[in-house]
Each structure stands twice: as structure tokens, then as C-alpha cells.
Design a protein around this ligand. Structure first.
Ligand SMILES: Cc1cc2nc3c(=O)[nH]c(=O)nc-3n(C[C@H](O)[C@H](O)[C@H](O)COP(=O)(O)O)c2cc1C
Length: 386
């Protein structure tokens, strides 16, 4: 069927379909004055209600709980953990189990798992369900050799039988809807996703996310959303479009031309939660320096609480550039922060650079502390241990 509607999906309007560009959605073809998609429209993945049509992408080394909670605050309707190894879950690896920590204000939340054995993936899915996730997401997109050489991630796109067996095993093991995130295929120009996608739905996937680059491409070139449009026409579950969504105009163009149920935002939201607000609500205000510092300090504090000081201090370094770049602060300031050893010192320098941020930070802390209930009881020591 076409249009991505499914029983229960409040079908997004596809008004004003534009002619699809040959291989990519070109926002310059799109007249934002005449076609407006409501990004605040609710949609459903089986019984799970997703309040907006923007999904925050799973990103390894980025999608910690602080990132996901922030994403929900800024308008993402669904957030996702980074990919979690099913072998790590099976062996009760402490660091792996730390990824399954869910706060009550994250919902709806998907936890993504990767692996190559249907039985182990089913067992991991049971643990993820017990941890409080709303969806189990399966990774058939990771192009990184460390993962693909184990037969997991994007490799499974070339092994449809095994991919389907994984989806079936997971769908039978849990009561939650199962989603699959995939690339277009392994090699440049591949259209494998169009063959595999419908089979995965038959196997039990309740939604598909497509990042239409090949594994070979990694992150080069462009995401070819003409493939997303083709996939939408082939399956009767909602499809999420991932790749190069960095603005409201782009989001609207992709939703309109592909008929996808939602767009996913990844790199565009790194150090820039304000892009989610812009995409969802059209609020294009640039944050003030005080807002940037308040969000960053909150992010630092929450990440330290989640990972422990030692892990957080190195994990956070890349975020300083992401937050303080985009012309928000002079470059040398970021360079001063990344060489500091303690996050307390980072916080002190940030607040000295924008003293007005303190009042904003206090307001934010009040807002986010409400409902921060950890559903999976895990010893706090594991977060400092890795
Ligand atoms: C640093 C980084 C880590 C990523 N980790 C994951 C992951 O764990 N699981 C996954 O399915 N995709 C992962 N991705 C892919 C993103 O979810 C997304 O599909 C891709 O970045 C394209 O979207 P974008 O152009 O909005 O960034 C990752 C991407 C980046 C940049």
C-alpha cells in the first residue's frame, strides 16, 4: 500500500505531492509557503503513540540518557538508545547493562540491539523489555567492521533469511512492537532495502527506519530519499526517513515527497537540540549564549551522574565543540575546555563565560528533575566502571 498508513497510524497528510527529484529530495524544489506538514501530528507504532513526527537518531557514543531526555524536551516524539550488544546483555556485562537505564521522562523510548543470532537477540529483547523500553529496535545498518565481521549490523541485509529469523524471534519473545533500522544495502547503488524491507515486515517488524546510504558509503554522499519513497509504497507499516534532516524545510520536503510517517534527526542535533524545536515548531530563534551554556552544563551534570566523572570527562569532550561551535563562542574557548581534566572546572569556565546562564540552569534543573525515576535498578558503580 502507499502512503505509509497502517491501522492505527494517524495518516500524515500527503497534500501537495511534489515530483520526486531523480535521486534525492531537493529542498529547493519545495515551496514551503504552499505545503506545510504538521510535525506535531501524533502517529502510532502499533499501540505506541508517538507525539511528534520527529525521531531522535540512535548514535553510538552520543545517545546517552541526557541526550535522549533533552531530545524529548525539545520536541522529539521518539528517542532511541545507541546500539547495545546482545552478547553484552547475554553476559550481563556491567557497562552494557548501563545502556539499559531508562528514566520515566524519556518515554516513548526505543532501545536498539545488535547481534547475529536469533536466540541471543530474543533473549536480549526480553531484558530490554524488562528494562522499560517501549520499542525494541534492531540494527541492520551499522557499517563498522567491528560489528559487520561478527555477522551483525548491515551485513544482515545480504542474509535475508537470517535477518527475518532475528525479527521473528524477537517479535515472538516480547510484547513490544519491533522496529528495524537499516541502510539501503551494502554496496553503493544497492537497492537491497526494497527487497528485504517487505520481508522484515512479514517477519514481524511494526515499523522500518531507512537511512538510504550504503554501508560502503558510511556517511559520505547524500541520503537518497527516493528509495524511502519506494519503500513507503511497498510496506503497510510506518516508515521513518533518516539521513541529512537538518532543518524544518528539509524535514517537510522529505515527509511530503516520500510519505514517510516521521523523520529522524542525527548529526544535526549533536550539540544543537534547538534544531529539533525548529523542525517541530518552526521556532528558528538562535539560542543565546546563556541558553547554550545552561543546556551544556545541565548535559555535563546529567552525564556525570549517568557515567561517573571519569568516563563522562572524556565522553563529553566532543560535545564542547558541538555546543560552542556554530559561531556561538570563539574557537579558543572550546580548545581551553577540552584540555581540562575535571568537569567541575569545565562548568566553572562555562558559567564564567556566560554568568546569566546560572539562573536559566536553575530553572532547567527544576524542570528536569521532575519524574526522573530510574525504572531499572542497577548499581550506580557500573557507570563509573567502564
Ligand atoms: C556518531 C554516530 C553514531 C551512530 N550510531 C548509530 C547506532 O548506534 N545505531 C544506528 O542505527 N545508527 C547509528 N548511526 C546512524 C544514525 O542513526 C543516522 O541514521 C545517520 O547518522 C544519518 O542521519 P543524520 O544525517 O541525521 O546524521 C550513527 C551515526 C553517527 C553519526
Amino acid at each position: 500500500m502507499s502512503g505509509g498508513a497502517t491501522p492505527g497510524l494517524v495518516a500524515p497528510t500527503r497534500a501537495g505531492m511534489l515530483p520526486a527529484a531523480p535521486d534525492v529530495v531537493n529542498t529547493s524544489d519545495y515551496d514551503s509557503q504552499t505545503v506545510q506538514v504538521n510535525l506535531r501530528e501524533t502517529w502510532l507504532i502499533r499501540g505506541v503513540e508517538i507525539p511528534t513526527r520527529v525521531v531522535l537518531a540512535p548514535m553510538a557514543g552520543v545517545s546517552v540518557q541526557a541526550f535522549r531526555r533533552q531530545g524529548r524536551r525539545f520536541g522529539a516524539g521518539l528517542v532511541c538508545s545507541e546500539m547495545v550488544s546482545c552478547a553484552g546483555i547475554e553476559h550481563r556485562n556491567e557497562k552494557t547493562l548501563g545502556y539499559l537505564r531508562v528514566a520515566s521522562d524519556e518515554h516513548p523510548l526505543a532501545i536498539q540491539i545488535f547481534g547475529s543470532e536469533p536466540r541471543a537477540m530474543a533473549e536480549a529483547a526480553r531484558v530490554v523489555e524488562a528494562a522499560g523500553a517501549d520499542l525494541i529496535d534492531i540494527n541492520f545498518g551499522c557499517p563498522v567492521r567491528k560489528v559487520t565481521k561478527t555477522g551483525a549490523g548491515a551485513t544482515l541485509l545480504d542474509d535475508t533469511g537470517r535477518a527475518c529469523a532475528i525479527v521473528t524471534a524477537v517479535a515472538q519473545a516480547v510484547g513490544l512492537p519491533v522496529s528495524v533500522k537499516m541502510r539501503r544495502g551494502l554496496r553503493d547503488g544497492a537497492r537491497t532495502c526494497l527487497e528485504v524491507g517487505p520481508r522484515l515486515v512479514e517477519a514481524g517488524a511494526a515499523t522500518l527506519t531507512l537511512h538510504p546510504r550504503s554501508a560502503q558509503q558510511m556517511y559520505t554522499g547524500r541520503a537518497d530519499h527516493a528509495l524511502t519513497e519506494e519503500l513507503v509504497a511497498l510496506v503497510d507499516v510506518p516508515v521513518v526517513a533518516s539521513g541529512d534532516i537538518v532543518s524544518r524545510a528539509r524535514a517537510q520536503a522529505v515527509l511530503t515527497t516520500t510519505g514517510a510517517a516521521a523523520v529522524m534527526v542525527g548529526r544535526g542535533a549533536q550539540g544543537n537540540p534547538w534544531v529539533l524545536r525548529e523542525i517541530v515548531d518552526g521556532d528558528a530563534r538562535e539560542p543565546s549564549r546563556e541558553e547554550v551554556v545552561a543546556e551544556l552544563v545541565l548535559f555535563v551534570r546529567e552525564t556525570v551522574r549517568e557515567l561517573g566523572e571519569r568516563r563522562a570527562a572524556s565522553f563529553l569532550k566532543k560535545f564542547y565543540g558541538w555546543y560552542l561551535g556554530r559561531g556561538r563562542f570563539p574557537k579558543p574557548f572550546k580548545q581551553q575546555l577540552v584540555v581540562l581534566d575535571s568537569t567541575e572546572e569545565v562548568e566553572r569556565r562555562l558559567l564564567a563565560a556566560a554568568p546569566g546562564a546560572l539562573a536559566l540552569l536553575e530553572l532547567l534543573e527544576e524542570e528536569v528533575s521532575v519524574g526522573d525515576e530510574v525504572l531499572l535498578e542497577l548499581p550506580i558503580s557500573i557507570y563509573g566502571g567502564g
